[in-house]
Design a protein around this ligand. Sequence first.
Ligand SMILES: Nc1ncnc2c1ncn2[C@@H]1O[C@H](COP(=O)(O)OP(=O)(O)O)[C@@H](O)[C@H]1O
Ligand SMILES: [Mg+2]
Length: 351
Amino acid sequence: MISENRVSVELKGLRKVYGTAVALDNFSLDIAPGELVALLGPSGCGKTTALRILAGLDTDHEGQIIINGKDIASIPANKRNMGMVFQAYSLFPTMTVLENVAYGLRVRKVDREKRNKKAQELLDLVGLGEMGARLGHQLSGGQQQRVALARALAIQPNVLLLDEPLSALDAQVRTQLRDEIKRIQIEVGTTTLFVTHDQEEAMAIADRVGVMRHGVLEQCAPPQEVYLNPATVKVAKFVGAMNLMPVEILSSSSVSIYGQSVALREGGNVAGTMALVRPEQLSLALAKTQGRASATVFNLTFLGPLTRISVRMTGDARTLFVSMPSSAALEFVAGSLVDVRVLATSVLLDA
Ligand SMILES: Nc1ncnc2c1ncn2[C@@H]1O[C@H](COP(=O)(O)OP(=O)(O)O)[C@@H](O)[C@H]1O
Ligand SMILES: [Mg+2]
């Protein structure tokens, strides 16, 4: 239905400074043709800055932008053929939905019949085929973002840029539309940069997740790898929940965590005082000998399929979070005396 327009994107050594604030620092990222990369990081870490530079909306920066092997520094924003969707609803209020989607084609002087046909095709793609005659404000927030997506795709962009497009929507619509964007992106095959501060969203939608902190790209890898094998302590702490557990160094390759010996992650730190252990990498068992219990359960949070249990260690009163299937959590109540085991086969140390 929609012709594919697959390009590669290389951002090389981008640096952007506002006064004394460094918004992007030596930022390099390659996006393969047809790939969807999500930039993930807290507010202010430079996500929008990276996206604006790629779009040509900000030309006062260091570093290169290369599309299909060609430096596009001299190409102005309106000639870069990039489709954009932002957080705020941005439909033209006096135009119908169909006219909104056809807008970019009208600007490009595509004749009415052709552009309306194309716009209708795109509305069908985003599931709003029947809504073409309405005005923008007659749609829900989620529907408006679908129209914005259709409008961005109508011009058959080289690159699709999505800046927190789901942030203003409520949770259910957000998840639904997230899955839809993924489906549509696979269908049209447009190289896409998706910006979000929401971990789950980034993990769910992206081929690769680029984790950003303070203008720096800490790691860019498939979601599973970012989560299971974080490249840096910053990534480990930012993506997913993490316990900090005190260690004694046993050797250059192993540590003791509350008396249990665990290997150090290869390539990770060999010095440090705390191991990083995810809640699902800990298990609990009711203590057999009460006097020697290693911890006491003090809270259980039911999260549907999973239950999160917080325990307080007997020795140092440290609080740890343990996550397990809710069916397994039934045997624990607040006050249960438990033994804590580390299931992780290797750990990273906090620097
Ligand atoms: N126009 C601007 N003037 C001054 N500082 C800015 C401007 N735009 C962004 N910044 C600063 O640059 C940093 C990165 O901003 P931004 O890229 O918008 O982050 P994000 O999109 O990740 O929230 C922030 O510290 C922000 O305050
Ligand atoms: Mg932003």
